[in-house]
Every structure is written in structure tokens, then in C-alpha cells.
Design a binder for this molecule. Structure first.
Ligand code: TLP
Length: 344
């Protein structure tokens, strides 16, 4: 039975080369800092992002949480776009573990502007919770993979620095953003105090994310990773796949973006589906199906019967994500399936 899995780029399976590297990886106890493959992955991530240091973490969620906790004091607020991953899909860890509150700002396209952030910074009044951190997300997952430009990013980072408010990037898909913009990830993320990026999404590693930042920040992050139960042992087997993800996979992300555009263009031609293909820049598309008379769970179930997997993000909007396990032909087939469902 045909399966085209467009639920997420997290579903990618390790490539043959990754599996081979995993089987041959040199390992040691990473809690003793003795895993040579992890040490090398951390060194390479720091070099690629032009930062002092990097830390391998099991998940993007843990990476974000470590950064949020390190930058803030309990009782503070973090400014974040309303649909941000840290706010909506990380089990409220910012509140449970870091003790901070979100100051959520809604936007039409997922991309915060400095004027909106500035207006949300709390005044220095003793009974007001204070702004402890600004979090951006690039690409922005739930805003259809929207990409924030370098100019907009720099403006926000430099203004934040002037206000002495730290700024963190949830860069789970920052390599996708850099591909769209034709920038290096180092250039695009230069002015953030910390960056988390995922090896396990479009880059295809089975597990793993990284935090990059200053040496002192990463030393503190290592302590917090242990506190959260994320001190791993012979984890070079995973870092070996991560190294291939980091070195070899970014250059192919453009294919995923082209496939997402193809899907979006095809969807826009189907009656009762609403999407602006122009807005699809990276590997994620979000489209509205409210006019089809079905909700997203009904729509997902029907798609699944035909071998196409995709999830709703709310009752009216579906999300599809392209990745290296989905070909151009798969996208064309998925479009035919969707057309069939809408017509019948
Ligand atoms: N995103 C997942 C789901 O949790 C929604 C997905 O399928 O896209 N930041 C961003 C922007 C993310 O999209 C994700 C995962 C994370 C952080 C968390 O990464 P993990 O899953 O490794 O904890």
C-alpha cells in the first residue's frame, strides 16, 4: 500500500550513509566528555555557526527549554509570537520548569516586527512582571514555514541588545530559512544570544538537536541538560548520523522547498481549498479546508485511507511538510488523491 507521509519532516528515516556511519562510530562516555564523535559534532556545529561552543541535546524541545531557563529568572515574561512552538507544543515547560510566563503576540504571517515587540516589553514598574527574553522562530512552523529576512532579524536582535534583553532563536529549521534567503546560518543567526537547531527534521538525522552560543552559556547549558536527565553516554552513534545531517543535508533542502511549492500551486487550483502559493517559501504549507464541508480530522482520515498522511493544526487548517523521503512524484500523487476527495 502506498504511503506518502507529509505529516512532518520529523518522520524522515536515517539514510544508508547515516546508518553506516552509526555502525562505525567511535564512542565514549559523553557525561565524562569522552565521546569523540559527539565532541567532533559539537566542534563542527560551533564552527558552522561561528560561535564559541555547541551542545548536543536529545530534542529541540529540551534545547529550547535549556535556553529559556538559562536566560531568565522565575516570574519573568518571554515575548513570543502567538503560534510559536515553544509556547504551544512544549508542554508549557517554560512555566513548569523555567517559571516564566509567555507574552504572546499575534501576527498575520508569523513574523514579529520590532514595533510589536517593543510595545510588549513591560515597563520597569515594581508590580509588573519583567521581560526576560525574546524568542523568535525561523522558519516559523505553524505560520506555514514563513521565513524571517536577515534585515528583520538583525533589527530585532540589535534593538533587543540595546534594551539588554536576551534573544533566543528556535531555529529548528534554520537551515531551511538560510536556504531560502541564500545566507549562511552563521550570518543569519549572528546576533542571537543562543540558537537551537534540529538535526532530526529536514536534515534527516534520527535523533538530536544542538544549542550554539558562547562558551560560558554552553557550560551552563551542559549542567542544565544533566539536570533535565539529558546527560547521555555512548551517544556517538547518534552524533555520527548528526554529522552527516549537518555537513551533507543542508545543500539538498531546496528540493523540499520546490516540492512544497508544487504542492501549494496544485492545491490552489482545487475548488474549496484556500492557500496562497506565493506565501509558501520553505518546506511547510498550511491550507484552509473549511469550504469543503469537512473538518481536518475527517479530511486526514480520508487521506489516510488513500495512503496520504497529513495532519490538521486546528479544525479548519491542514499542514503538509515536504522532506527527503517524499519525491516530486509523491507530491503529484498526493495532489491527485486530494482532488479525488474533494470532488467525491
Ligand atoms: N515540531 C514538530 C511538532 O512538535 C509540531 C513538527 O512536526 O513540526 N521548534 C520547532 C519550530 C519545531 O517545529 C519543533 C518540532 C521543535 C522545536 C521541537 O523539536 P523536538 O520534536 O525535537 O522536541
Amino acid at each position: 500500500m502506498l504511503t506518502i507521509d507529509l505529516r512532518s519532516d520529523t518522520v524522515t528515516k536515517p539514510t544508508a550513509k547515516m546508518r553506516e556511519a552509526m555502525s562505525k562510530a567511535e564512542v565514549g562516555d559523553d557525561v565524562y566528555l569522552e565521546d569523540p564523535t559527539v565532541n567532533y559534532l559539537e566542534k563542527r556545529a560551533a564552527e558552522i555557526f561561528e560561535r564559541e561552543a555547541a551542545l548536543f541535546v536529545p530534542t529541540g524541545s529540551m534545547g529550547n527549554l535549556i535556553c529559556v531557563k538559562l536566560h531568565t529568572q522565575p516570574g519573568q515574561e518571554i515575548i513570543i509570537e502567538s503560534r510559536g512552538h515553544i509556547l504551544n507544543y512544549e508542554v508549557s515547560s517554560m512555566s513548569m520548569v523555567a517559571g516564566v510566563m509567555p507574552r504572546a503576540i499575534p501576527t498575520s504571517n508569523g513574523l514579529l516586527e520590532w514595533s510589536q515587540i517593543e510595545a510588549a516589553i513591560r515597563p520597569p514598574i515594581y508590580y509588573c512582571s519583567q521581560t526576560g527574553l525574546i524568542c523568535l522562530e525561523n522558519t516559523h512552523n505553524m505560520a506555514g514555514g514563513a521565513v524571517m529576512s536577515k534585515a528583520q532579524t538583525y533589527e530585532i536582535c540589535l534593538q533587543a541588545r540595546e534594551r539588554k534583553i536576551p534573544i533566543h532563536l528556535d531555529g529548528a529549521r534554520v537551515f531551511n530559512a538560510a536556504t531560502v534567503l541564500g545566507e549562511s546560518v552563521a550570518e543569519l543567526t549572528r546576533h542571537f544570544d543562543s540558537v537551537m537547531f534540529c538535526l532530526s527534521k529536514g536534515l534527516g538525522a534520527p535523533v538530536g538537536s544542538m544549542i550554539v552560543g558562547s562558551r560560558t552559556f554552553i557550560e551552563q547549558a551542559r549542567i542544565l541538560r544533566k539536570l533535565l536527565g539529558g546527560g547521555m553516554r555512548q551517544v556517538g552513534v547518534l552524533a555520527a548520523a548528526g554529522l552527516i545531517a549537518l555537513e551533507e543535508m543542508p545543500s539538498r533542502l531546496g528540493e523540499d522547498h520546490a516540492n512544497a511549492k508544487l504542492l501549494a500551486t496544485g492545491l490552489a487550483e482545487i475548488d474549496n481549498i484556500k492557500i496562497d502559493p506565493e506565501s509558501v517559501q520553505s518546506n511547510i504549507l498550511v491550507f484552509d479546508i473549511s469550504k469543503t464541508g469537512q473538518n481536518t480530522s475527517q479530511f486526514s482520515s480520508k487521506l489516510k485511507e488513500k495512503g496520504v498522511l497529513a495532519n490538521g493544526i486546528n479544525p479548519t487548517q491542514m499542514r503538509m511538510v515536504t522532506h527527503y523521503d517524499v519525491t516530486k512524484e509523491d507530491c503529484q500523487t498526493a495532489l491527485k488523491v486530494i482532488k479525488g476527495l474533494i470532488v467525491n
